[in-house]
Unconditional design. Structure first.
Length: 335
């Protein structure tokens, strides 16, 4: 009987120990951010991640994915958060994910962001300081591109003009191809896949520095738009039905939302509430991205720079003075 009691006690202790270990492992489960292939999401992920680590004592991990696989990872719960959901670019998925109550949004990371087709302003107006004469003085709208296709001639297919598109992993890649057809430009322009954001940026900057014409999809906030004088071509005003039909209108000024897995949001109410208060401006984000570019640093260093420069902003996101003090201390240690 004593032996049975002893074995029962051992079994009970093993169960308690196992439960304790499981609870400990659960408590130590890292918060997983998804990094997409554009710089601003990686920058904002690191700003939030620094706060999670140093203010909320959370372990943090960053995983890379293209747009749809990453968003589906949040929906499944493999990933917890991304600081940038460009909701209007993935409205079909977003509507279904919201209806299934698998994801939640907690506000905008910065004000609505423009995106569209850009040319250097000197293409239209010239630039006397650089000795550049106007190349397409009547170019104002996407429809005007029909008479200027030779200006943007594709070097690999000289019978057509070239639109530098977003990389093929981006949702807007297919949108821009559809736009060419909707605007009657399919016979005169090709949508060129640059392969990556960095290659797209390099093509724009390279042409700009040489004073050459280029037509490219781009968006804000980005360091390029903060540094270069670019003009976005006019499109028909955004209309939801038209956009859903054939993309034959302007992109809506993009809502860039903070997206969480619904279970994660419920299980971490303090973090969720902090993210509801998280807000920056387009200018602040442009500055952070320019800091990365100008100093050749990674998003982690740019996040620290941002937190040091905009102290009052991030403090307004946090209601607990103890957490604020811990973040301040962590930043001071990095001097």
């Amino acid at each position: 009987m004593k032996k049975m009691r002893f074995l029962s006690l051992v079994a009970l202790l093993l169960i308690v120990f196992s439960m304790g270990s499981s609870m400990s492992l659960a408590a130590e489960k890292p918060v997983v951010f998804v990094d997409f292939s554009w710089d601003s999401v990686q920058f904002h992920n690191r700003v939030a991640g620094f706060i999670f680590e140093n203010g909320f004592d959370k372990k943090v991990e960053y995983t890379f994915a293209e747009s749809m696989p990453g968003l589906m990872g949040i929906e499944r719960g493999d990933i917890d958060v991304t600081m940038e959901l460009w909701a209007d670019n993935v409205w079909e998925w977003f509507d279904k994910a919201k209806a299934g109550k698998k994801v939640v949004t907690v506000g905008k990371v910065f004000p609505d962001a423009p995106q569209g087709w850009y040319v250097p302003t000197y293409v239209i107006k010239g630039d006397k300081s650089r000795g550049i004469e106007p190349m397409a003085p009547d170019l104002k709208t996407v429809d005007d591109l029909k008479k200027y296709w030779e200006l943007f001639k594709d070097p690999e297919e000289p019978s057509k003009g070239r639109l530098y598109n977003g990389p093929s992993g981006w949702v807007v890649h297919s949108h821009n191809i559809a736009k060419l057809e909707a605007y009657g430009l399919g016979d005169s322009y090709l949508a060129f896949d640059p392969g990556s954001q960095s290659a797209l940026a390099a093509a724009i900057v390279g042409s700009y520095e040489k004073g050459k014409p280029i037509l490219a999809y781009y968006w804000e906030p980005t360091p390029i738009m903060g540094k270069l004088d670019m003009t976005m071509l006019e499109e028909p005003a955004y209309d939801e039905e038209i956009f859903k039909k054939d993309r034959g209108c302007a992109f809506v000024a993009a809502q860039v939302l903070i997206l969480l897995n619904a279970d994660f949001a419920e299980e971490n109410p303090e973090i969720t509430e902090m993210l509801r208060r998280y807000e920056t401006t387009l200018t602040q984000t442009n500055e952070g991205l320019a800091y990365m570019k100008d100093n050749n640093v990674k998003a982690e260093e740019a996040a620290v720079w941002f937190l040091k420069k905009y102290e009052q902003d991030w403090k307004s996101w946090i209601t607990d003075d103890v957490r604020i003090t811990k973040i301040e201390k962590a930043l001071e240690e990095l001097k």
